[in-house]
Design a protein around this ligand. Structure first.
Ligand code: CA
Ligand code: CA
Length: 264
């Protein structure tokens, strides 16, 4: 199995344009009443800049790509709405999961597979706040279309223009005072590498030479693996003796198939 590995470079920051954002599109889709995030004009972001971040992710052809979307806020929030775009030439959006989110509250998702946009939000309708934290907002589930060879994939922030002409953008809503906060965006450009899971020496085959290669590396006298994720067959995000054990089990035909690695 050939695997596509996508690395996120979190080196670029994009300040977002100021705008009043509304939850109306997502709320309508969720069967909720229209809700304005904030009736006040945006006043910027007090304290430490709030940040929206797309994390590292890895995936294989035919498997889902899981893209963690994280955020930082240093004030109490009442709602978050995050809008991102993806490359429709190479990716297909499957769903958005709030399963492991650190944010409690009502959730909505609108997927536009034609335009390649995801509009996802969480809001608190009653008392309570989303406290200051660095946390997971949601995970995007996408599939790779199966185009071989190295290529770039971009997950970026975007905006959506509603039928009435209102433009909605990524926004965090502070609960007290009620203001719209427009976070900085970190990351988004991915680099894709093709590899075979467990192929630690990157010669296209998984065999005993990969075990030798891993042992040499783990005991510090061998070269680093050309593609670290390929040398992480147990999918633990670390390269260690457990990967050697895993490959021994596999190669002698009583172990499971190597997993898509996540070591960096
Ligand atoms: Ca190999
Ligand atoms: Ca491992």
């Amino acid at each position: 199995m050939i695997v596509v590995n996508i690395r996120i470079r979190c080196s670029t920051l994009y300040p977002l344009a100021l705008s009043l954002a509304l939850l109306c599109q997502g709320m309508a889709a969720a069967g909720q009443n229209h809700l304005s995030l904030s009736a006040n004009p945006p006043i910027g972001d007090p304290g430490i800049p709030d940040t929206l971040r797309i994390d590292y992710f890895a995936a294989g052809l035919g498997r889902q790509i899981i893209v963690p979307v994280r955020f930082f806020n240093d004030e109490n929030l009442g709602a978050l709405q995050i809008i991102v775009s993806y490359d429709t030439a190479s990716l297909v959006i499957d769903s958005v999961s709030f399963l492991n989110t650190t944010v409690p509250g009502a959730q909505f998702v609108v997927l536009d597979s034609i335009a390649g946009k995801v509009n996802a939000g969480i809001f608190l309708s009653g008392v309570g706040v989303i406290p200051a934290q660095t946390g997971l907002f949601a995970e995007l589930y996408l599939s790779q279309k199966g185009i071989p060879g190295p290529m770039a994939v971009i997950i970026d922030t975007t905006s959506i223009v509603l039928a009435g002409g209102t433009t909605i953008r990524t926004v965090f809503s502070a609960s007290n005072p009620a203001v719209s906060i427009f976070p900085m965006f970190a990351g988004g450009v991915g680099e894709i590498l093709n590899y075979v899971p467990g192929d630690a020496d990157n010669n296209g085959k998984v065999n005993i030479a990969d075990i030798t290669f891993l042992i040499a590396r783990i005991f510090n006298f061998g070269p680093p693996p050309p593609i670290p994720a390929a040398a992480d067959p147990d999918g633990s995000c670390r390269i260690n003796i457990a990967d050697v054990t895993f490959l021994i089990s596999r190669i002698f035909n009583f172990g499971t198939e190597p997993m898509v690695g996540c070591a960096e």
